[in-house]
Design a protein. Sequence first.
Length: 155
Amino acid sequence: MGETYKLKYLKGTRLKVFLAAANRIIPPDNDNIGGGTLATAAIVDMAIDQLEPALKKKLLLLFLVINPIGIFFGGKTFSKANEKNQDRLLSWMEKNPISALRLGFFGLKTYICMGYYTREDTWKVIKYDGPIRYNQPYHNTTLRGLTQNKVEITE
């Protein structure tokens, strides 16, 4: 691996929350490494960089809000809670009558799924052979490297 991608937005607490949520939304099993990986986080981090500033600010704030709310679901922050309590919090957000929390959950889930299913190492799990025009060059070589696990990721 020659190229390195340094996370810009998903660092510290945000990264811990992202990884924990991603592993609950796409949990690992015998055939699947799960969503909570640095590779998924790096792809999402690149996507966050493309957001308009106001939306970027809201999404980044969401990661900081989710973590302390975890205290109400088992006494620990979200990133340190057990899987059962993490699932309870995410379910509560998904079904919440407060639209900001509900939309926040769906935004988080959308980015996790986008980051996970973009990675080529996940395609065999869902029996996807890849794009019809596989060898078409990507507009972003770093993104291409991240999807192929050819780029080292640092915080």
